[in-house]
Design a protein around this ligand. Structure first.
Ligand code: NAD
Length: 573
């Protein structure tokens, strides 16, 4: 008996002479008409414009602000590229002037959610089979449009509807979103290039398929860039999406949708569904084809969605990918060797920019006794100079908080502190015209106070002063005080203290800063996300996030398959 060819035991026996019938060409997709390994442009972070007095960008942004403030838009639902009006309306207002309506938007019904799921399924047949470079081109074009002709519109919408200053709008709606789109294309390229080993007998290939079904993207009010990234990151990887924007950030959401259409996004790839989050989610999360959830928002909402998904488990076609970036109780811990001025600036910028409504905002600070009076004096000095008001007045450092619900929650914490804690500075509020809450510094002597544990999501910084000798103990307190683990910072000039903090707080923050404020992560530089109660830590704007939106299929192709089932060891001695 001749020795058989060695091959994997699972190799199928050859069926000589059988050739599959030629398949008809796919109706779309594929890399037809192009030979070559394409490379997306090397991404570079978008430079931040200053909007300083006299600059051309300031003049042109001011013009857009004036024009857009004078308009009242009507915002439709978008399903399969079709703009739909339901007549059941919601209103988008200026938080700093809450009687000023910027837009009226149509709310989706549960029927529309079913229609959007069908539109997403239909669009996916083509979109998932496009060469990935062509999908990337849509988002690279969107990035370039946002850099140029759309920049003012999206920044102005973010300033008017979310009450951000020009600088806060610029780093979010323009720069971060441009970066998400450019860097994600490069990260997708890197991911797709990861292929298994092969040799001369076989070729192994990983096909990074889109998920089977639709992705449900639910976005928060506080970052226009996140509203842009959550639906588009899965779409880049070939998925089609139902996008439920935040009702309090509808204006920038609507402009984003239009920008994507102008960039060439095919109908049905992203379906825009403003409306009641509970009713929309009930249909989306209950559907057999739910393939993934891309959420950013509060921990409570994310937990309830996860529970709903768990309850529906037997009804899904696949295990849905669940990605959520949620709340935070972000800390600054200062060592006795900290530079008091740098610490004071980090406290003011970290806690009060955008009214403390960044998930990364510093909301608790631990200061050694020896530094407290200096730091307190400097922080209060800076707080005294902070101007708060309409962000279209560029002298303002702060605008209003997003809505009445936020105003009541934040002022509730401040009022609650009056009895037992010291309001060091601020504490005032005024809701007559806009939802204004003063930047507020509170000192509490109770290390387990709710002020140090719970997410307030407003311009409130709670301080705890500890004896210098209790550095080790305070690190333990920081680690165990709150259920969140999003961002945190240590201030120290003593390197030993920095090292101790890095180790003791290893699991207390997904983004950890040394001698810097805990806000302001930049795509490609500080991949962002936290663990524990702060989310699944899938790092928005990185390859780690894109991995969640693909379902890899391995293909093994054997060039010369065995023609016998026997192995050499079976041969006669
Ligand atoms: P939110 O949880 O109130 O809303 C987020 C989204 O969920 C919105 O679109 C909203 O309409 C929707 N929603 C609300 N209730 C729902 C429900 N019952 N079922 C389904 N969807 C529902 O959050 P927000 O006020 O828009 O944003 C602030 C929160 O987001 C904060 O907790 C902040 O820390 C967090 N956040 C986290 C990150 C991060 O990267 N970790 C980034 C930004 C914001």
């Amino acid at each position: 008996m001749s020795a058989p060819t060695v091959s994997s035991p699972s190799a199928p026996a050859a069926s000589a002479g059988t050739h599959p019938a030629p398949q008809s060409a796919p109706t779309s997709g594929g890399l037809s008409g192009f030979n070559g390994t394409r490379q997306v442009p090397v991404p570079v972070n978008e430079p931040v414009r200053s909007y300083a007095p006299g600059s051309p960008e300031r003049a042109s942004l001011k013009q857009s602000l004036a024009t857009m403030a004078a308009e009242t838009l009507e915002i439709p639902i978008v399903i399969g590229g079709e703009h739909i009006h339901t007549g059941n309306m919601g209103h988008s207002v200026m938080p700093h002037d809450h009687s000023h309506v910027l837009a009226n938007y149509h709310k989706a019904t549960t029927d529309h959610v079913h229609q959007a799921i069908a539109a997403a399924a239909s669009a996916q047949r083509e979109w998932a089979n496009w060469a990935w470079e062509d999908r990337a081109a849509v988002f690279l074009r969107a990035a370039e449009l946002l850099t140029t002709s759309w920049r003012d519109r999206l920044n102005a919408a973010t300033m008017l509807n979310q009450s951000k200053t020009s600088f806060q709008a610029e780093i979010d709606a323009a720069c971060e979103l441009i970066d998400f789109w450019r860097f994600n294309a490069a990260f997708a390229q890197e991911l797709y290039a990861e292929q298994p080993l092969s040799d001369h007998t076989m070729w192994n290939q990983l096909d990074y398929r889109a998920l089977e079904g639709f992705v449900y993207a639910i976005t928060p009010f506080n970052f226009t860039s996140i509203a842009g990234n959550l639906p588009t990151a899965p779409a880049l990887m070939g998925n089609t999406v139902l996008w439920k924007p935040a009702s309090s950030a509808m204006l920038s959401g609507w402009y984003l949708m239009q920008l994507l259409e102008e960039a060439g996004l095919p109908p049905g790839v992203i379906n825009f569904l403003p409306g009641d989050p509970v009713a929309i989610s009930e249909v989306a999360l209950g559907h057999r084809d739910l393939a993934g959830v891309h959420f950013t928002g509060s921990t409570g909402v994310f937990n309830s969605m996860w529970q709903t998904i768990g309850g529906n488990m037997s009804g899904y076609r696949s295990y849905p990918r669940i990605v959520g970036e949620t709340g935070g109780k972000d800390f600054i811990v200062a060592h006795a060797s900290a530079d008091p001025q740098a610490l004071a600036v980090a406290m003011v910028r970290g806690a009060f920019e955008f009214q403390g409504q960044k998930c990364s905002a510093a909301s608790r600070v631990y200061v050694p006794q020896s530094l407290w009076s200096t730091v307190r004096e400097r922080v209060v000095g800076m707080m005294d100079t902070i101007r708060m008001g309409d962000p279209t007045d560029f002298r303002n450092f702060m605008g209003a908080v997003i809505d009445e619900k936020a105003f009541r929650r934040i002022t509730g914490y401040i009022e609650g502190a009056r009895a037992n804690d010291e309001i060091v500075h601020g504490g005032g509020s005024d809701s007559s015209k806009g939802w204004f809450v003063e930047p507020t510094l509170i000192r509490t002597e109770d290390p387990s106070s709710r002020l140090l544990c719970e997410e307030i999501f407003g311009p409130v910084l709670s301080a705890f002063v500890y004896p210098d000798s209790q550095w080790d103990e305070i690190l333990k307190t920081v680690d165990t005080t709150s259920p969140y683990a999003l961002t945190g910072a240590v201030f120290a000039r003593d390197r030993r203290a920095v090292r101790q903090a890095m180790l003791a707080l290893r699991n207390s923050a997904g983004n950890f800063y040394v001698n810097d404020k805990p806000t302001g992560a930049v795509v490609g530089q500080q991949p962002f996300g936290g663990a524990r109660g702060s989310g699944t830590n899938d790092k928005a704007g990185s390859k780690l996030n894109l991995v969640r939106w693909v379902s890899a299929r391995n293909i093994k192709e054997t060039f010369n398959p065995p023609h016998s089932y026997e192995y050499p060891f079976m041969a006669e001695e």
